[in-house]
Design a protein around this ligand. Structure first.
Ligand SMILES: *Cc1c(COP(=O)(O)O)cnc(C)c1O
Length: 395
């Protein structure tokens, strides 16, 4: 038997119900992604209490499901998008939008400038192209400078700073770029400094935010004007795997907010993706077959890697570990056994859970894969093998 990550507290009772609805009510077709709006709201409430006065932006790429975006819109201060496709999804929601990410095409810059979206510049070349597009449109572009910091977020699942990078302008070049875009008539919106992702150590985030504030202050001084907004990045992680602990965001807020009081002219934002939505999502997939092979039991489901790539360990992990899973249709006192849960694809990579202890289950029962609210369907190769696109539901 191998361990699995902890099931989010909201979903620990069996048989599973989400938003007051039973699994059978939710599974009009299988598989399905279910997102619980109450969980997202509770994360936002917790953020607001821990970070008074700090703007909260949602990083749309974590989960761009339209009903989810509509539900979040009244509760967040802005949306951060990474493509014109994401921009279109939030354009009508009436919130501040910023557009980050390398390789923005001229057409994307045009959409952003025409709709008043802030472009987080990833390079000098992108600044030149933005100014040229704005000139052509006769508009004043809103430009922020994304900075490639000289430090990184320690313990981050994805390191984004401290080295050569396709993201952002190297810190030492940022003040000159600010001066240049201001001189060219752009509306300078501030700095965007994102040092990493999926961090679970509050001390590392506190440290990184302190460096970020220092860096923003130094850059502002060198550029000779104070930024309207400093986007401090995010990087708040969630506990996917055995032994991982939920992040103490109150400790982070307590360290950060007193430091912001001194900087009256600047607003600060934190941009979060997975921390807001990751734990709110459950992927439900029905067991189609149960088989024994050489002493091991396999529960074969109607979905797997094609929909929830990350749970199979194939989205940027080095060592495969088990996400939390459950037999959603089981009763709490059912006898338990050790099984592996696999999907329908013809590859040994398609394994949702490896030798975990679960209640005895078979065809017709439903497996729940938790932590499926961020980087799920849109970060999975759902067309691979031609199974239908799974449904998504917000409850
Ligand atoms: C992806 C991304 C995020 C969101 O990351 P999470 O780990 O989901 O919080 C935030 N900011 C930027 C710039 C990103 O690229």
């Amino acid at each position: 038997m191998k361990p699995m990550g902890a099931i989010p507290p909201e979903f620990r009772s069996l048989p599973l119900a989400i938003g007051g609805r039973s699994v059978e009510q939710l599974l009009s077709s299988s598989p399905v992604f279910v997102y619980d709006a109450a969980v997202v709201r509770s994360r936002i409430t917790r953020f607001r209490a821990a970070f008074p006065g700090v703007d909260l932006h949602y990083a749309v790429k974590a989960n761009p499901f339209a009903p989810l975006l509509a539900a979040m819109a009244p509760l967040v201060d802005g949306f951060d998008v990474a493509s014109a496709g994401e921009l279109v999804r939030v354009a009508m929601l009436g919130k501040a939008i910023s557009f980050a990410g390398p390789g923005k095409t001229d057409a994307e810059l045009e959409t952003a400038i025409a709709t008043g979206v802030t472009i987080n510049l990833e390079s000098e070349g992108e600044a030149d192209r933005s100014l040229a597009v704005a000139d052509r449109l006769g508009r004043t572009p809103r430009l922020a400078v994304r900075v490639n910091p000289e430090f990184e977020l320690r313990g981050s699942g994805m390191r984004m700073g401290g080295r050569a990078s396709p993201f952002g302008v190297d810190a030492e070049c940022a003040p000159a770029l600010v001066t240049r875009i201001v001189a060219a008539g752009a509306e300078w919106r501030g700095f965007h400094i994102f040092a990493g992702s999926q961090a679970l150590d509050p001390a590392a985030i506190i440290d990184s935010q302190a460096h970020t504030l220092d860096l923003a202050a130094r850059l502002a001084e060198a550029a000779g004007s104070s930024p309207p907004l400093v986007n401090l990045g995010g990087g708040f992680g969630i506990p996917y795997f055995p032994g991982e602990q939920a992040l103490d965001i109150e400790a982070i807020g307590a360290a950060l907010t007193p430091r912001l009081d001194a900087l009256l002219k600047t607003r600060f934002a934190i941009e979060l993706g997975r921390w807001l939505v990751g734990e709110a999502g459950v992927y439900l997939t029905r067991i189609v077959d149960r088989k024994e092979s050489r002493g091991e039991t396999f529960l074969v489901c109607d979905g797997g890697l094609n929909h929830q790539l990350a749970a199979t360990g194939n989205l940027g992990t080095v060592v495969r570990r088990n996400y939390p899973v459950a037999v959603a249709t089981a009763s709490p006192d059912a006898p338990r056994e050790t099984v592996s849960v696999v999907g329908p694809l013809c590859t040994p990579l398609d394994r949702l859970a490896d030798q975990v202890e679960l209640p005895v289950a078979g065809p017709g029962d439903v497996i729940a894969v938790f932590m499926a609210g961020a980087y799920g369907l849109t970060a999975s190769p759902w067309e691979f093998l031609g199974h239908p696109r799974p449904a998504e539901i917000l409850v």
